[in-house]
Every structure is written in C-alpha cells, then in structure tokens.
Design a protein around this ligand. Sequence first.
Ligand SMILES: Cc1ncc(COP(=O)(O)O)c(C=O)c1O
Length: 416
Amino acid sequence: MELTIHQTSIPVDSLSQQESLREHITKRTASAGREDVEDPFYVVDLGRLIELYQDWVTAMPSVTPFYAVKCNEDPALLKTLAALGTGFDCASKHEMSVVLDLGVPPERVVYANPCKQTSHIQYAAQRGVKMMSFDNTAELHKTHKHFPTAELMLRIKADAPDCVGKPGFKFGCTTAEGKQLLDTAKALGLNVIGVSFHVGSRCQTPSAYEVALKVAAELFDYGAKIGYQFSLLDIGGGFPGQAGSRDMFHSVASAINQTLASLFSPEAHPGVRFIAEPGRYFACSTHTIVVNIISKRSCDIVEGGEGPKFMYYINGGIYGSFNCVLNDRAAPVPIPVKEVDAIVHQSRLWGVTCAGRDKICDALLPEFEVGDWLCFEDMGAYTISSATCFNGFPKAAPYYYVRENTIDQFKQVHEQ
Ligand SMILES: Cc1ncc(COP(=O)(O)O)c(C=O)c1O
C-alpha cells in the first residue's frame, strides 16, 4: 500500500491482524531491492502513533500534546503527528524549520530551550514562533533585544526523583528566582504568558507533576500580582513510552487531571491553556530495530571458565541507535527473529564499531549463526536522534507499517 502524505509519498506496508511482527520482519529481511541486505533497519508502526494519540486525548483531554522533536525526528512520525493536530516542542532552529516546513503553523510550535543561541531566536522571530521558555536574566535581555514581542514561559525546576539526566541541574529556576525574573521581565516590558516545567525523562513518580504544579500555581498568582495575566501552562515531558507502561501513563494522567482541577480551575484561572511536551510517549514503542549478527566468537577458551559462552557482533552499537544504553538508562532486550532452540547460553552482544567499549548487553540466548537477525522493541526514543555514524556505519533506515485495524484511521488522518 502507498499513501500520499502532504504531497509526499511515504510507502507504508499494511499488516493483517494475524501476521506477527516477526513474520513481517522475516519477509523484509528477505526482500529484494535493499541496497545491502544485511543492513540494520527499523520497522515503524504508524498506526500505533494514532492509538497513542487517542489514548492521550482520552486520558488528559484538557492537555494538548506538543511532541518533543528531539526524541525522534522521523519524517513520517512528524507528519502523522502534525496531521493528528499535535503541536511541537523544538529545541533549535533546525527543529523549528523541520516542523514549520511540514506546514505546521507557528502557533503550534513552542521553542522550549531555555538557553538559546541569538541567531536561533532571530529565526524564531522571522518564522513567527512566538512561544519560548526562559529561566535567566540573560535570556530576558536577549529576547528584549531580538524578539520583544515573544510570548515567554518561565521555566521552573521540577525534577522527579527518578528521572534520567536531572534537567534541574542545568535548567529551571526556583520559586524565589522565578519571582525576581518576572519582576525583571515586567520592567523590560516583556510579554510573559505562563509557566513551564519538565520533570525529566522516564519519570515514574506521578507526584512529581503535582509538586511542580503547586509551584506553577504560586508563580501564576505572583504574575497576577505584578500585572500579568498568564494564559499558558506547559507541563513538559517525562511521560512513559514503553509498550508495557500504559498503566503508569494512566496513573500520571490521573494525578495531573486532579491537580489541574484543584489548582487551575477555570474559575481560579480563566482562559488558561494547558500543553505538554511528550517525546518518549509517542516515539518509544512505535520503533523496533532489526540488526544482523555479522560475526560470532565461541569463548570456550576463556580462562577460568567464566563469562559468556558466545559473543556476537551485531551491526548496531552504542555509537548508533544503541547510544540509549549509555545516555538513556536503556536496557534493550534482544529478540530472535527466527524460530529458536530452547537451550540458552550466557551470551554477549557487541556493537559494530572498533571501539572496545561498544558493548550492548549480556543475555541468555540460544545459539545463533552469522547472518541471523535480532530485533529490539521500544527503540524509538532517544536512539536514532542521538546516533552517530562513527566508524562509517550508517544509521538504520525506517520502514513503515500500519496494522489492518488502524488503516482506515491512518488514511483519514492523512487525508483531512
Ligand atoms: C524541555 C523538554 N521537554 C520535553 C522533553 C521530552 O521528554 P520525554 O521524552 O521524556 O517526554 C525533554 C527531553 O528531555 C525536554 O528537555
């Protein structure tokens, strides 16, 4: 099946309900026409994206998702989200241009990088991307000079205790600093329209959003005291994305709904719009990466008899999509594509580069041969977007599919 999306043709396979993804991958590994038949690739479920969007809208109807482009800027994923009507969280000139060039109006883009290069602020001004975050005085002075009509969001610190990367060490202000920054913005005549936060990626603590919303409410009140009437609350990202994380998402959504109802009721804060910046939520489970075993070593001769029995070398690695092992606390699980033996052995998977540290994981696996394929699910978030081509190995190419039960929705979404 081939669908036309915004005048661009994206080939999309359709999978019956009965066909397993492994069967589909097996067909694709055998399919002619690929330049190098051993190259790693992604299979990307665009129908799942629609289901995730619908689940979001049902779970948090008052919060509009602005997809965090940094998580994965796959063009078909962006086009599908754009057609569904999400907004976009961009961190740079490049990300803004990618999204705006798809025809997304600038009102649906938020430039959510608190520390911005001046030329990128000028680009936002030229393209009409007005909403942007700030968390320090230097940003206020830059904005005053280069984009005085920008619509600013004060970014507060809000790290969840369990999040990856602790963004609060780098970004966000405390409540006291926030009040001072609002005073400075007011004195400069800048248009602050609200508050934003990001609890950090992989948050598993629904109460982190409640804590942050309380601080946001206090700053809304302070803003009103000094003459602002805020109209935007941006609750950032951090929503879980793995296929098995639906319950956690619903717990987070329910905590947010309850806190918004109690602290940001329409009576207390009339006309306030709520947005969020989910990245992982949309990208993670849509992507399965498929890699080839390009070499193998039997380790019977390892001294002391400890360690893996087999070592496999696959054509992915920590400098490519598996950088998530280092950067994102990910623990990818290898799944054999072909039917396998029940007997398993302690095994080690090494990445494709010549770097000694390019190790992916240890796992109990059946014995494989060179040329066999492995796949890893939940590989769409912070994988290909932060992958390099170190040692000259190209990034895995995407192949798109939709399940039979989502084809009609997929067509409708893109034909609107
Ligand atoms: C400001 C901001 N918003 C949103 C996100 C997306 O986070 P996630 O992918 O966990 O939803 C990030 C990612 O780090 C971020 O820095």
